[in-house]
Write a protein that binds this ligand. Structure first.
Ligand SMILES: Nc1ncnc2c1ncn2[C@@H]1O[C@H](COP(=O)(O)OP(=O)(O)OP(=O)(O)O)[C@@H](O)[C@H]1O
Ligand SMILES: [Mg+2]
Length: 246
């Protein structure tokens, strides 16, 4: 299998990491038959690609064999943003679906916990016929046999039909909703659109929550979690060997 190197790895805040642990634990217990999961959203920039990669890392750290499929064929930034490099030229989903390459040729094993990646390879102006082809669903089925989980990064539902096409051949969908941005009506429409494809909507992730602007701050920062950072929990805090009170 070809190799790829992820050059940029994001460091997460404590609260983000905790939230991700919860999401990934829920995903692990969601059911044995849920192997092909698509992440989508109503509009662009809500955090689908970021979360797909984070979920992939979190589960791979737990020993799961993960394949990440970049199916945002119109304009994916994944490879560029995370400075992912490989020897030679990229070939990817677009090449496979257009019949230029075999599936084996377009799977890259990364240095990031051995997560496997299928990049887009190249932009496609109209990916609907490719995503609608039996090759795409056959590809996901093959990956589901080989991997514990196949995570598919999709474009937003609201703008193009691609996400619905992708969802129609996945076992479950996760909605990424940017806090304080997406309207309820948009979410309802997108939810309806995905459900109509027959794909089970597993739930949503409220992303980019600013804890300093909402009452959750009380819970996360002031009461419980702050104790982890407080003097009280530093072993060397008192000259008498006792821990100082917060
Ligand atoms: N929870 C988060 N914490 C910090 N940064 C985030 C978070 N979620 C998203 N981002 C940042 O927000 C920006 C947009 O995220 P991302 O590209 O993942 O969105 P997207 O939904 O995939 O967008 P598109 O629809 O264009 O593909 C990126 O710079 C990403 O690093
Ligand atoms: Mg994206």
């Amino acid at each position: 299998m070809k190799k790829a190197t992820v050059g940029r790895i994001e460091r997460l805040e404590y609260s983000t990491n905790e939230a991700l642990n919860t999401i990934c634990s829920n995903l692990t217990f969601a059911g044995r038959n849920l192997k092909k999961i698509v992440l989508t959203s109503c509009t662009a920039g809500e955090g689908k690609s970021f979360l797909t990669l984070q979920i992939a890392q979190n589960l791979a750290k737990r020993g799961k064999k993960i394949c990440l499929v970049d199916a945002d064929l119109r304009r994916s930034f994944l490879v560029k943003r995370y400075d992912i490099t490989t020897e030679g030229e990229w070939v990817g989903l677009a090449h496979y679906l257009a019949g230029y390459n075999k599936l084996e040729d377009v799977i890259y094993r990364t240095n990031l916990y051995d997560i496997c990646l299928i990049p887009i390879g190249r932009d496609v102006a109209n990916p609907v016929p490719l995503l609608d082809s039996p090759d795409f669903s056959a590809m996901l089925d093959r990956l589901a046999e080989e991997f514990d989980l196949v995570l598919v990064d999709a474009p937003p539902v609201g703008l193009v039909i691609d996400a619905a096409e992708i969802a129609s051949v996945c076992d479950g969908a996760i909605f990424v909703i940017e806090y304080n941005k997406t309207r309820r009506r948009e979410i309802q429409d997108a939810h309806h659109q995905i459900e109509q494809t027959g794909c089970r909507v597993l739930g949503c992730i409220i992303n980019k929550v600013r804890f300093d602007t909402i009452s959750a701050k009380k819970y996360y920062n002031k009461s419980y979690y702050s104790h982890y950072n407080s003097e009280y929990y530093r072993k060397d805090s008192g000259s008498d060997g006792k821990r100082k009170k917060p």
